[in-house]
Design a protein. Structure first.
Length: 227
């Protein structure tokens, strides 16, 4: 039997704090959690950008969370600060080591500890992988991803390909996901049961040849399963 998650804001806040405390890379005492009608707002600070990302990901795992607003500030201790040139060199190495990002397609510029990624790739997952490769580097304040996507495949049959991929996917309920396309631009509408499904649906959309952009309007309606 399937039932909707039914938690008070107080109960949900307690669960969010517990999950943040359970995440070994996050110092929960420095993070403030506010909850209203399932929507979570995070504020406070972390001592690194990677910790900030880990905190947001942890909250998205909690049953009952319908949205997350990230207002966390990154406050780097003096001991963790790095020169922009050192960060840029480390970022270039990380991207170069990625097996998913074609060599020479992505550049990393650094100013005041913030990495800006630029360049051009063929696939959406390559853009995301470049960002994933650098977001846990020590000494960074944040990452801005300006990488553009230029598909080499003509946008033929994109909607059908994505719809079939969603139907094949054991993690997704295809009856509640609507795929719409305009040329090589994709729009996802409908409902998913959790953030993992929302991200998986978006991944499936980006995997279709020829996709230039994906607008994910899937809403999270948490459910739990019991016999």
């Amino acid at each position: 039997m399937t039932s909707n998650i039914d938690k008070t804001d107080t109960e949900l806040r307690s669960d969010v704090l517990a999950e943040l405390e359970y995440e070994p890379c996050v110092r929960v005492t420095d993070i403030v959690v506010q909850v209203k009608d399932g929507a979570v707002t995070l504020s406070g600070f972390t001592t690194g950008y990677g910790e900030k990302i880990d905190a947001v990901c942890a909250v998205k795992r909690v049953a009952g969370v319908t949205s997350v607003t990230d207002d966390i500030e990154v406050r780097l201790p003096v001991s963790l600060r790095r020169a922009d040139g050192d960060i840029a060199a480390a970022a270039a190495n990380q991207i170069d080591w990625s097996s998913k990002v074609p060599k020479g397609t992505v550049r990393a510029a650094v100013h005041a500890g913030r990495i800006t990624l630029e360049g051009e790739v063929e696939w959406g997952f390559q853009k995301q992988d470049a960002e994933d490769a650098v977001q846990h580097l020590p000494g960074i304040e944040g990452v801005t991803n300006l990488i553009s996507i230029k598909p080499k495949v003509l946008p033929a049959g994109i909607e059908t390909a994505i719809t079939l991929a969603v139907e094949r996917n054991a993690q997704l309920d295809a009856t509640k996901i609507v795929v719409e396309t305009s040329g090589n631009q994709v729009l996802l509408r409908g409902e998913v049961r959790n953030y993992a499904e929302r991200r998986e649906a978006e991944r499936a959309a980006w995997a279709a040849p020829g996709v230039l952009s994906v607008e994910n309007e899937l809403s999270v309606t948490w459910t739990w399963f019991a016999e």
